[in-house]
Ligand binder design. Structure first.
Ligand SMILES: NC(=O)c1ccc[n+]([C@@H]2O[C@H](COP(=O)([O-])OP(=O)(O)OC[C@H]3O[C@@H](n4cnc5c(N)ncnc54)[C@H](OP(=O)(O)O)[C@@H]3O)[C@@H](O)[C@H]2O)c1
Length: 251
């Protein structure tokens, strides 16, 4: 069981990149942490980091494409932690492909992980909080691809746009239960899953040219935004998406 009086947060897809940074930041804020991966052995480094911050770490296997996996992971986390205060829907997969070439299998994968998984994880969290009669909060990682159009990002951008609408829908539906639901929409952040694009000739220069601050975001900047939305400082904020994009979508 977690230490008495400590709050617990669950970050999905925490093995690397933005999810790992969020898990470490929340552990430093005093949360006991549940972290997931489709391959839990990949969580060793983040678990060590959480424990080094003096927090407890619970690691679970989770594939958000599977309802059975969602149900099992949430049951394991609640059983191990006693209660869950905060859910961070970070698990996601990118897709850069011209719309003319997107296959039904591509579409299924992108929608299942980024949208369906986020909805049914949120539903489980909502059920848990309502049943417990306790307030809580959900933060989902959307993307600027859900706000502005860019070629070859259609399926991914559609999924992330829907995550932002889901955020508003769930926020108003669950407000009466004291559950806040928000999202963050990062622009380009350098993480392992995005490294491929830097090998494309001219990609970095053309991507940076569209960003007024002339740099990509960092995982720690995304984690800082999530920490804020999950904190009491954001107690009157619900249904919102906080955009972190160096000015990209203001152009
Ligand atoms: N990097 C960017 O530029 C950027 C910009 C805007 C938004 N985002 C969003 O931010 C989030 C994190 O992105 P990232 O760049 O840090 O990506 P990442 O390094 O690839 O991390 C994504 C995480 O999602 C998990 N995941 C993938 N498929 C999953 C599945 N079926 N079930 C459960 N977990 C799954 C992965 O876990 P395992 O492989 O360990 O299972 C991984 O830990 C994503 O939602 C992404 O769309 C990223």
């Amino acid at each position: 069981m977690p230490s008495a009086g400590r709050r617990t947060a669950f970050v999905t897809g925490a093995s690397q990149g933005i999810g790992a940074a969020i898990a470490l930041a929340l552990a430093r804020d005093g949360f006991d942490m549940a972290v997931s991966s489709t391959h839990p052995e990949k969580l060793a480094a983040v678990v060590s980091g959480i424990e080094a911050a003096g927090a407890r770490a619970v690691r679970v296997a989770l594939d958000v494409r599977s309802q059975e996996s969602i149900d099992k992971a949430m049951a394991q986390v609640v059983s191990a932690c006693g209660h869950l205060d905060i859910l961070i829907n970070n698990a996601g997969v990118p897709l850069k492909k011209p719309a003319l070439d997107v296959t039904p299998a591509d579409w299924q994968e992108v929608i299942d992980v980024n949208l369906k998984g986020t909805f049914f994880m949120s539903q489980q969290m909502g059920r848990h909080l309502v049943k417990a009669g306790r307030p809580g909060c959900i933060v989902s990682i959307a993307s600027t691809h859900g706000l502005v159009a860019l070629a070859s990002r259609s399926a991914y951008g559609i999924a992330k746009a829907a995550v932002m609408q889901m955020t508003r829908m769930l926020a108003i539906e669950w407000a009466e239960h004291g559950i806040r639901v928000n999202a963050v929409a990062p622009g380009r952040v350098d993480t392992p899953s995005r490294a491929w694009s830097l090998g494309e000739p001219g990609y970095r220069d053309s991507a940076l040219a569209r960003i007024p601050l002339r740099r990509f975001g960092t995982v720690d900047e995304v984690a800082a935004a999530v920490r804020y939305l999950a904190s009491p400082a954001a107690s009157y904020i619900t249904g919102q998406t906080l955009v972190l994009d160096g000015g990209l979508t203001s152009c």
